[in-house]
Design a protein around this ligand. Sequence first.
Ligand SMILES: Cc1cc2nc3c(=O)[nH]c(=O)nc-3n(C[C@H](O)[C@H](O)[C@H](O)COP(=O)(O)O)c2cc1C
Length: 340
Amino acid sequence: MNWTLTDLPIIQGPMAGGFTTAELISEVSECGGLGSIGAGYMSPEALRSLIRAVKARTQKPFSVNLFIPHPVQVETAQVEKMKEWLAPYYKELGMSEVPGLKFDPQLFEKQWDVVLQEKVPAFSFTFGHLNPQQMQALKSQGVYIMGTATTLAEALVLQEQGCDAVVAQGAEAGGHRGSFLGDTFQFIPTEELVRTLAGNLKIPVIAAGGIFNRQGLERVTAVGAAAVQIGTAFLVCDESGASCEYKQALLAATPQQSEMIKVFTGRWARGLTNRFTAEMKKHEEEIPAYPIQHWLTTPLRKRAQELGQTDFQSLWAGQGLGSLQPCSAREFMKKLATPL
Ligand SMILES: Cc1cc2nc3c(=O)[nH]c(=O)nc-3n(C[C@H](O)[C@H](O)[C@H](O)COP(=O)(O)O)c2cc1C
């Protein structure tokens, strides 16, 4: 199936954590691709104002991405043990104790209301699927809907639910795994996953993972991708909200330095290894489930970011490392759009 939403079959991947600025999103959309707001962690107010800022900069389509929530079960003993392991790191960064769990159980519902109220052109999601009422609400507004799959079984669920396209998240992709079926996570390489999905689905397949140049785009197109979704390579663009030290770490890294990591958030995610991942690896089996571990480490990671300290930041990154180059989003889009 062909890609028809935008002129170019290129999506700037949604990246929660403040990386997808209005400048980055609107520039990608203005260049004919699809800019995406990574809104998973955003307050409803911040999401509303970012949507409006993007709309003020471009009339072209863009998307909003949210995390599908799951019931949270806090196991107190496990959390207390984790707090003990984390305490020395908090102390090292000048914080007297590990803060208690702080979260808004209604966050998704509030974000969802904003998405519907602000009437966005496209919506994507990860970590699960929407329910029929939610799908209907988006469809009645004519929103283009994309779900994230890491296996064929997940992709078939998303197609059955009425998604317009499926993001095939390969093992090389930076950030959290979007897996939502089965007890174990699967790490299928991007090309293999795209080929399988394209051979079995009626809707467009968007390849995500390890794509960072025109060659990568052509490689996945040859095995059936209708479009590509790129994350890591957009992080080093001038307009991205990534900090200088994060950008530098990405530019200096080799593909081997990107690993599957669970210790920051309790959910497998691909990122750069650092002191925290190396030292906490021994506790991998006892990490509280996502999002509990995410909440437990968030203040530490925020503080590390304020201090410009990469040892304790989650530096999500795909495997397309080693030849990234800093440039404007416009230059990068031009390179992606130019046939070899
Ligand atoms: C820093 C970072 C944050 C991400 N956050 C999200 C997110 O909030 N939602 C989502 O669906 N995908 C997220 N992703 C995945 C990207 O949208 C994209 O699919 C992925 O980065 C593609 O692989 P690549 O990094 O090898 O280009 C994130 C990726 C990175 C690197």
